[in-house]
Design a protein around this ligand. Sequence first.
Ligand code: ZN
Length: 453
Amino acid sequence: MKVAVQAVPADAAVISELLSPWNVTFTEPEDADVSIVYRQKPIEAKSTVIIPSESESFKAWARNNGLKVTIKPGNLVYVPATSYTTLSITPNRQYCYDLPTNPIFDDSTSTDVKPKECTATLKINAVKEFNGIVDATLNPKQAKLHRLFTGLPVPYGLVPARIRNFMMRTECGPENLAICDKLPLDALRYMLSNAIENASGKQMEKKPIFLDNYVCLLTHDVETAQGLQKARFIKKIEEKYDTRSAWFLPSKRYKLNDGAVRELANNGEVGAHDTKHDGKLAHLPKKELVERFSDVKHTLGTIIQQPVEGFRAPILQHNPTILQALNEAGYTYDTSIPAWEPKHPYTMKPHGIGTVYPLTLNGLMEIPLTLPQDHQLLYVLGLKPEEALKIWAVMASVIRDLGGICMFLVHPDYEFGNGNTSYYEELIGAVTEDPQATITLPSRTKTLINEYS
Ligand SMILES: [Zn+2]
């Protein structure tokens, strides 16, 4: 699909990010199948997608088309994504159009109206809502309890796990673990894609990586020296099934056994998991962050004799400063933001970025942790390992249908790595026998996206 974007560069970047799962070529309006117009005057002759705003040009356009626009607080909006999956979003605001008595006016879909044959008008300001979601995710309100723990003069890890887990415990029935209503950012993506199809009369095509197969990433954070020992058993299971995974290690929390680290890197990937793992990243100035991130990158890179490309923050901390510091320290990706988790330690509430596709944030590729990590399912929701496997399977089936990235986080330190590893083997067996799953390493993800686009 050839798309022209009429918007200022910052807004055009958001529109391009929203469309990143699809094969879209951005061109000049005269060569485009469709123009997307935001806060500017549309070229009337073109097939056009209008993203509403409070700009004068949008108001003038509405007046010229006989539309009376009212802005209301947002209600739940359903967005068809595939023939099986419908996503939803509750936007901050919704644009309602009083329809003129125009026989070709079409309001057959919930997400757009067509005042003309070749114009689709969104009911949501997708650019503003996208910025709102990213902003709320990267700058969340810190819960008092989290401030208390991470403000302690000792690493938060010294607070007994029993107490930490008790504080984190939450009630969340299986009905609350559906994923379709937790991906508002993806709802915006599909809303825009559907509007382009409506306006152009042509089908949008996904990039191959998000189409025929889905990418499956197995990842582990290794919290203790014992965890590093257990990691070897998990690695053996992966070898048995001829698959591989990424291991995120802190460099200064426990003494690293160089041989064990090299074993994990062999046909796998080793990423950084901070230095001390003291839970304080969210409060450090950028200079200190860059020092820490460079330090762990160098230490691990020296052990494995390869560059360390990826980072995962302890307790999935994330904010704009951390992302900038990772970029400056030379990382190529971060994977510290959950798509959604039931109770994020920083906010003590459900929290996530609401997408199952990678995105660029502050110049760095972010691969969201798309499935809730084992800690959330086992210790926050109190599920048994076999129940956690079922929840993952149901959520993964939706991500598979969307062609998104299915990322697992399994800690060797917790249940799946303890003594009986049969549950982990069950998971690996299910993933490896799925012919649609491409199991790869996070560092390969960017190449896979670019290879096909
Ligand atoms: Zn950790």
